[in-house]
Structure formats: structure tokens, C-alpha cells
Design a protein around this ligand. Structure first.
Ligand code: NAP
Ligand code: MN
Length: 268
């Protein structure tokens, strides 16, 4: 008794292809429709990276879609289900058991010096700004007020669920995803008697916004999750918590800190 429409997104690994094929057959048997254009549920099969691509494929329909991740490798942060639990998964879809959870997303807006229209993105993990061979120099404004002048390799701005990804590698804090805020972390800041930044990551409220105003506009790379946006003539990049959220069909739920422990300290 279900009319739920499901899309499946898998990565290129053979194991994921096999699991995806098997799941398609099981959904068919359970009379659950596959619809890769207008799904209500998106099942990603692979790793966290696969779920990130699934998110970007359907990020124009976030109000109508929820996501569910099956992992074919190690346990992920966006992937609750194991590949050998498909039967239980299909059962839970048919009976509509469980409830959905939602997490904050990062709203990214790039403005240009030459009057080009702004570019607008949503990030599930993070957005970074980096510079190739020269020092990045940028003024950092919080709520339109100058906070500091940054010099260094770059900056990472992440969501709570992205806090365990790139953010963690650059010394950011791990943030529980029920906290509706975003985090700014430095990448190799230059600090000496002349140049000074705060030096520690900061967590910014959902009511606030951040502007990174580049002082020289050449040779910048802005990333949004897996997406690379190489740009000249960037004036500023603005960040805030998005109005949209990502919904997960969490037909069961895993303790966040247990997941952190499993991923980074020890399994079991
Ligand atoms: P990738 O190079 O395969 O990702 C690097 C690792 O980050 C993979 O092990 C991936 O898990 C894991 N990961 C992704 N999202 C995560 C999250 N929210 N929490 C904890 N770990 C997470 O590339 P990808 O799979 O396409 O993922 C893109 C992400 O990689 C970016 O958004 C960025 O956060 C991260 N990244 C990290 C670094 C770094 O730490 N130095 C550098 C570049 C990119 P799976 O194996 O399950 O996919
Ligand atoms: Mn990956």
C-alpha cells in the first residue's frame, strides 16, 4: 500500500552497481515505483561522497525529497544502511515506518567585480576558498562588521554534518547536527607580529552571515562540496544558513557521537 517514488544513485564501484541492481529488483517486487526524475525518496549507494552527489542532483527539489544512504564501504556519516540489509530497508519503506530528520545547509553566494550576476549554491558539507601560489588576503566580516583581515592558504566554511569532513582536517570542531549554525575554520593562516587573525575556528549563529571580501581577485578556487568553481573577479563570497534543509528518511537512527567514535577512534 504505497505510492512512494524512489530514485537510486550509485557510485562507479562494482559492489555499488550490484547492490543498486538488487535493490531495483526488490523495489519492483514490493510495488515501489522507480522515478529518477521526480522521486520522493533518493537512495544513494556507495559512500558519503555518493550521497553528496545525490544531494546536488536533486537540490532543486529539497522540499519534496528525502534521502537515504546505503554504504558499500565503511560506515559513513550520511549512510545508515548496510548493503546486506536491503530486505529490511524495503520493508520499512513499504510500511512507512520511522520518521524523517533534517539538517542545516550552507547558502553560498559569490559576487563579482565586473557586474556579472551573482552565483548561488547550496552546500551539504562545506565551501572553501583557496588560492594557488600566492597568499590569500581577505577581509572577514560578520553581519557586515569587519572582524579580521585574513592572510593564508584559505578558509573552510562548513555545516554541522560537514564538520566531520574537510573541516575536521583543518582543525575545526565536530558539531552535533541538531545545532543550527555554521563554522569558519582557517587553512594555514599567517600569524606573526604584523599579521594577526583569531587563529581558532568560530561557530556562527543561523541569524548571522559571513562575508569573505577578497583583496585581490585573481586565481581563486571556490569549492562547494565536490564542485570546483574557478573564478577571477570575485568580489565577495557570502555565507549563511540556508532556508532549505536536507531531509533524511531515517527509518532508524544512529547516535551521532557513536558514529563519530566509530569513524575516528575505534569500531564497536
Ligand atoms: P573524497 O576525496 O572521497 O572524500 C574524502 C573523505 O571524506 C572520504 O573518506 C569521504 O567518505 C569523507 N567524507 C565525505 N563527507 C564526509 C562527512 N560529512 N563526514 C565525514 N567524512 C566525510 O571525496 P568525496 O567522497 O567526493 O567527498 C567530498 C568531500 O571530501 C568534501 O566535501 C570534503 O569535505 C572532503 N574532502 C576532505 C579533504 C581533507 O580532509 N583534507 C580534502 C578534500 C575533500 P566516503 O569515502 O564515504 O565518500
Ligand atoms: Mn568518496
Amino acid at each position: 500500500m504505497t505510492s512512494m517514488k524512489v530514485a537510486i544513485v550509485q557510485n562507479h564501484e562494482e559492489k555499488s552497481q550490484v547492490v543498486a541492481q538488487k535493490l531495483r529488483e526488490m523495489l519492483k517486487k514490493a510495488n515501489i515505483k522507480i522515478d529518477d526524475q521526480r522521486p520522493e525518496l533518493v537512495i544513494s549507494i556507495g559512500g558519503d561522497g555518493t550521497l553528496l552527489s545525490a544531494f546536488h542532483r536533486f537540490n532543486h527539489r529539497l522540499d519534496e525529497v528525502s534521502f537515504l544512504g546505503v554504504h558499500t564501504g565503511h560506515l559513513g556519516f550520511y549512510t545508515d544502511w548496510r548493503d546486506f540489509e536491503l530486505e529490511e530497508l524495503v520493508d520499512s519503506l513499504s510500511s512507512n515506518r520511522g520518521k524523517s530528520v533534517s539538517y542545516p545547509l550552507l547558502d553560498v553566494r559569490i559576487t563579482f567585480l565586473d557586474g556579472k550576476p551573482d552565483k548561488h549554491f547550496l552546500a551539504l558539507n562545506e565551501s572553501t576558498i583557496k588560492r594557488g601560489n600566492r597568499t590569500m588576503v581577505a577581509d572577514i566580516l560578520i553581519k557586515d562588521e569587519l572582524f579580521e583581515r585574513f592572510r593564508g592558504d584559505g578558509l573552510s566554511v562548513s555545516t554541522p554534518t560537514g564538520s566531520t569532513a574537510y573541516n575536521k582536517s583543518v582543525g575545526g570542531a565536530v558539531i552535533h547536527p541538531s545545532i543550527n549554525a555554521f563554522q569558519l575554520a582557517e587553512i594555514a593562516s599567517l600569524n606573526n607580529r604584523v599579521f594577526r587573525t583569531l587563529g581558532s575556528p568560530i561557530v556562527i549563529a543561523h541569524t548571522e552571515w559571513l562575508e569573505v571580501k577578497l583583496q585581490d581577485s585573481k586565481d581563486y578556487l571556490v569549492t562547494v562540496d565536490q564542485l570546483d568553481i574557478e573564478q577571477d573577479n570575485i568580489a565577495s563570497v557570502y555565507y549563511r544558513i540556508a532556508d532549505e534543509r536536507i531531509h533524511f528518511a531515517s527509518y532508524r537512527h544512529m547516535h551521532f557521537w557513536r558514529r563519530v567514535k566509530d569513524a575516528f577512534i575505534s569500531e564497536g
